[in-house]
Design a protein around this ligand. Structure first.
Ligand code: NDP
Ligand code: MG
Length: 384
């Protein structure tokens, strides 16, 4: 029987790669639902090509346009903010690929976990802000969460070589982003164009900016805490500009297991779909002899304060990661819209964290309120 897949955020970078992976895997993997937010033209094209049974658009302002474009296509069309959680919980879906960007994907991830689906989780922000709730919900409903983020996929694969109590450290690798060798002034005033020029990975704009600030690595530290049921003191970050070693696990006997591959998201996406099997796919194979040297260095926590802050926030837990994430999402939006300088992103995160009294645990409602508060603070501090 084929696996029926919903891709939440099918028009994005991960979503499009997921469709390429499914194409290559053949009829055992079926596109059953596709969703987007704004890009109705692209979504309609995908629907005509893949013929999913369900389609959802979270932005209600575009629903008439989508219905017009898909007139007569035969798919059930859901619209509005609740449409993604509805799709994620549909009985006809086996695997939900969460490829929405930002905290906006939280309710859908929770719905998929409640419905006991396999979550192929790319959308890291829900794990960062509600890791406990999401992992507990998944456990209670026998939903498995398989990482798509390349570092976490690597760790997930390496962990299969030992027992949890045999793990000494998790070593997350980071490319270092476009400003690895830049000076503080260049970083502070970096243009949108430069921040979007990632040296090794091709991704959506938000995560690309997060790589430039190294916020992405901070989010990944917190993501790892929840995915691998560990603590932040067991997680280290190592800069590895070639992005070939996707991450490593060090065991108590000193053995270090690394997972390697080309910097291409198709491989981790595919593994999250086929696990525990491995199938032939479309990722190009590594040619280490052509690469020559692999380098590793310590991250510069003075230059990349966002990463240092991320470790602090991860250790603090509770509402701290919610503030960190929401302030960052709002600040990145301001930066991409040309309203603030690049260096202001980390300052705005700091400003929100300074103003916030951390609460140890939050209900979903409280969490959403803290998220909104931080976004409003950023808007107030960055607009005239
Ligand atoms: P993109 O910006 O390329 O795509 C985002 C997708 O989400 C689009 O389909 C978009 O729809 C949809 N979307 C945007 N806003 C909303 C919203 N408010 N509600 C519902 N859907 C929305 O992002 P990426 O593919 O780069 O990243 C997706 C997630 O995966 C992120 O959390 C990122 O951190 C993570 N990730 C990405 C990697 C990558 O290689 N890109 C690597 C590792 C993790 P529309 O097109 O209609 O606007
Ligand atoms: Mg990653």
């Amino acid at each position: 029987m084929s696996k029926r897949i919903a891709i939440l955020g099918s028009t994005g970078s991960i979503g499009v790669n997921a469709l390429r992976v499914i194409d290559a895997l053949g009829p055992q993997y079926e596109v059953a639902a596709l969703t987007a937010h704004n890009n109705v033209g692209h979504l309609a094209e995908q629907v005509r090509r893949y013929r999913p049974r369900h389609v959802a658009l979270s932005n209600p302002a575009k629903s008439i346009e989508l219905k017009h474009l898909l007139n007569g296509c035969g798919a059930e069309i859901l619209t509005g903010p609740d449409s993604l959680p509805q799709v994620a919980a549909l009985p006809g879906i086996d695997i939900v690929i969460t490829a929405v960007v930002g905290a906006a994907g939280l309710q859908a991830a929770l719905a998929a976990a409640e419905a006991g689906k396999r979550l192929a989780i790319a959308n890291k922000e829900p794990l960062v802000i509600a890791g406990q709730l999401l992992t507990e919900t998944a456990r209670a409903n026998n939903a498995d969460i398989i990482p798509v983020d390349s570092e976490h996929s690597a760790i997930f694969q390496a962990l299969q070589a030992g027992r949890p109590e045999e793990v000494n450290r998790i070593i997350l690798t980071a490319s270092g982003g476009p400003f690895r060798n830049a000076n503080p002034d260049e970083i502070r005033n970096a243009s949108v164009e430069k921040a979007l020029r990632h040296p090794t990975w091709s991704m959506g704009p938000k995560i690309t900016v997060d790589c430039a600030t190294m916020v992405n690595k901070a989010l990944e530290v917190i993501e790892a805490v929840w995915l691998f049921n560990t603590t932040v003191d067991k997680i280290a970050v190592l800069v590895h500009p070639e992005s070939v070693v996707h991450s490593m696990v060090e065991f108590v006997d000193g053995s270090v297991l690394a997972q390697m591959g080309t910097p291409d998201m198709c491989l981790p996406i595919q593994y999250a779909l086929t696990y525990p099997k491995r199938l032939k796919g479309i990722s190009s194979h590594l040619k280490l002899d052509q690469l020559g040297t692999l380098t590793f260095e310590k991250p510069n926590l003075e230059l990349f304060r966002a990463l240092k802050l991320g470790f602090e926030v991860a250790a603090e837990g509770g509402s701290a990661p919610v503030v960190y994430n929401a302030a960052n999402e709002a600040a990145v939006e301001e930066f991409l819209a040309g309203r603030i300088k690049f260096g202001r992103i980390v300052e705005l995160i700091e400003l929100c964290l300074d103003k916030h009294n951390v609460r140890p645990s939050l209900s979903l409602q409280e969490l959403l309120e803290v998220d909104q508060w931080a976004r409003q603070e950023v808007a107030r501090a960055s607009r005239p």
